[in-house]
Design a binder for this molecule. Structure first.
Ligand SMILES: NC(=O)c1ccc[n+]([C@@H]2O[C@H](COP(=O)([O-])OP(=O)(O)OC[C@H]3O[C@@H](n4cnc5c(N)ncnc54)[C@H](OP(=O)(O)O)[C@@H]3O)[C@@H](O)[C@H]2O)c1
Length: 385
């Protein structure tokens, strides 16, 4: 769907110059119906055929040597993130569980150490507090991390919410909660951790995204979906946040010069049986658990992220996508193969506006990334309280 933002006549009335008035800007206001249908098709296809498409993949995923590598995994107390953290630690990586429920994470570590005892050296795993519903908490986490001056080889932005059927909720920072937890807060974390990632390069930022981004549409002037132009549903909130994440990641990947040694990838884990459906009505949850043939276990769902976080060939692939004319970052499918995100994710103009708007909303200057690459300090509006 498209609308004409201003007619030449209207602009003449407003006294604007005639050349400008002749320019008719067409603003897309929603996905076209073909894009919408394709989005549902991709989702249904993934749901029905993911097991067949990924049948070549071993489970669990064998990992390359990662003994001297450090990983930060957000939302690692449950579902896919829990599996990612455990498997990286068991493969010898140093893992930092960045979580809001630190007690749950410490209990998990205790259990994993007990299960692992006698199989090798104790797991090198620790917990740090991070609540993505608070941008102050994100800044505090990044400051604490950067102060340690330790290495960081992969930031895995896994934590996410999908409050299915719930009414719209606005965080205390003033943002729609899906947009904040799934996009804005991980974007802030990624930018603020750039100094550590640059110091440890080659390094990566891996965002756990979703096939459902292809049902998303982002209006950069209405990221909260509060203007009334679009009706809010939890589906709109979730899918928009996932699309915004791909758009932001694509611009970030391009802005990071090859010399910085950091690459950005988004990942689809597949349809996975986790707590993500915790807000569904009990009866739907029961049905969800009855279709295990189609749905991946968290271990199966962790494979594409583990691949994106550790596979040595991914670096070359991501670098090749930094070329002038390719508009999107790497998107790794649930079968660990590169895939193409939705047509809307290729919209360069909107991606650039999402980039600018995101930096504004997370309280960073528009040249934050360039300055951090140059080794300069950057101030964020958040983090003082
Ligand atoms: N499951 C699927 O079918 C599927 C499909 C596509 C994409 N994904 C994506 O996969 C990622 C992981 O989801 P999952 O399926 O594993 O769901 P999950 O079991 O619900 O796990 C989500 C994790 O995110 C954490 N989290 C939620 N809000 C947070 C906040 N404000 N601050 C910090 N951590 C927070 C949760 O912590 P608490 O335990 O403290 O709540 C939990 O550890 C998400 O990004 C999701 O969108 C999932």
């Amino acid at each position: 769907m498209a609308s004409v933002s201003a007619s030449p006549e209207k602009e003449k009335e407003n006294g604007k110059p005639s050349e400008e008035a002749a320019e008719i800007k067409v603003k897309k206001e929603a996905l076209g119906w073909i894009e919408w249908m394709m989005g549902w098709f991709y989702l249904a296809y993934e749901m029905l055929f993911q097991r067949i498409v990924a049948s070549n993949l071993p489970n669990p995923m064998p990992l390359p040597p990662i003994n001297d590598l450090t990983f930060v995994v957000t939302g690692s107390t449950s579902g896919i993130g829990k599996e990612i953290a455990r498997q990286l630690a068991e493969a010898g990586g140093h893992v930092v569980m960045a979580v809001r429920n630190t007690k749950a994470a410490n209990d998990l570590i205790k259990k994993w150490q007990e299960d692992w005892s006698g199989k090798g050296l104790p797991l090198d795993i620790e917990v740090m507090e991070l609540d993505l519903l608070s941008l102050d908490s994100v800044v505090r986490f990044a400051e604490a991390w950067n102060t340690r001056s330790g290495p960081l080889h992969a930031l895995i932005n896994n934590a996410g919410i999908f409050s299915i059927g719930e009414p719209q909720k606005i965080s205390k920072d003033g943002y729609e909660e899906h947009m904040q937890v799934n996009h804005l807060a991980p974007a802030l974390l990624s930018v603020l951790l750039l100094p550590s990632l640059i110091r440890s390069s080659p390094s990566r930022i891996v965002n756990v995204n979703s096939v459902m981004h292809s049902l998303g549409f982002v209006d950069p002037e209405d990221m909260n979906v509060t203007s009334g132009k679009r009706k809010y549903t939890s589906l709109v909130g979730y899918t928009s946040s996932k699309l915004a994440q791909i758009m932001f990641s694509s611009v970030l990947n391009k802005k990071l010069p090859t010399e910085a040694g950091i690459n950005v990838a988004c990942v689809s884990p597949g349809i996975v049986q986790t707590n993500v459906a915790r807000d569904l009505p009990k009866i739907v949850q029961a049905a969800y658990h009855l279709i295990p043939y189609f749905i991946f276990s968290p271990e199966e769902g962790s494979r594409s992220t583990l691949f994106a976080a550790t596979d040595p060939q991914l670096v070359e692939y991501c670098e090749s996508l930094k070329t002038e004319d390719w508009p999107v970052c790497a998107f790794i499918n649930h079968d660990c193969r590169p895939a193409n995100p939705s047509e809307e994710a290729h919209n360069v103009e909107t991606s650039n506006r999402v980039w600018e708007k995101t930096l504004e909303l997370i309280g960073l200057p528009s040249d934050a990334v360039e300055r951090l690459i140059e080794g300069e300090q950057v101030n964020c509006k958040y983090g003082s309280s």
